[in-house]
Design a binder for this molecule. Structure first.
Ligand SMILES: [Zn+2]
Ligand SMILES: [Zn+2]
Ligand SMILES: [Zn+2]
Length: 145
């Protein structure tokens, strides 16, 4: 079974109906290399001739969030992006020019910094968020920034 088959099967096993939109949204978010926004999802669905208005997509995303299948990400542009709830902790690089977002894993992550904070500030870190903003290669090539 593919990754999205597993998700669909578990929803079905839990007694949820699998609509065309539900199947499509799960597939799109699962196989997208980048986190997707709701407007972007809507556009891809309409390109695929799947009828889904803003409200339908919103409700579907709310449903998938409530089932902990997807995770909502927020960046400086104020738009929500969605990715499949990651198994591995990671961060994101965000192009401020085209808003493309990619996942990045950092070796050893922020372990050293968290240990320092624990010692210096007597503070046990339980979570952190960190995003990198910049200009992606495509945008740099296109506009010679
Ligand atoms: Zn870019
Ligand atoms: Zn990610
Ligand atoms: Zn981290």
């Amino acid at each position: 079974m593919t990754k999205s088959d597993h998700i669909i099967k578990s929803l079905r096993d839990d007694g949820f109906r699998i609509t065309t939109v539900r199947q499509a949204v799960v597939d799109l978010i699962t196989y997208s290399a980048n986190p997707l926004s709701s407007p972007k999802l809507q556009k891809i669905l309409s390109d695929k001739k799947i009828k889904a208005n803003k409200t339908t997509v919103y409700r579907e995303l709310e449903f998938l969030l409530s089932q902990n299948i997807i995770k909502e990400l927020k960046f400086d542009d104020g738009v929500s992006y969605y990715e499949i709830t990651p198994k591995d902790h990671h961060h994101h690089i965000v192009c401020t020019h085209c808003n493309n977002i990619e996942h990045v894993e950092l070796p050893h992550d922020l372990d050293v910094h968290e240990q320092k904070i624990a010692r210096k500030n007597n503070f046990q870190v339980t979570a952190h968020t960190l995003e990198f903003y910049g200009i992606c290669g495509r945008c740099r090539t296109a506009s010679r920034i």
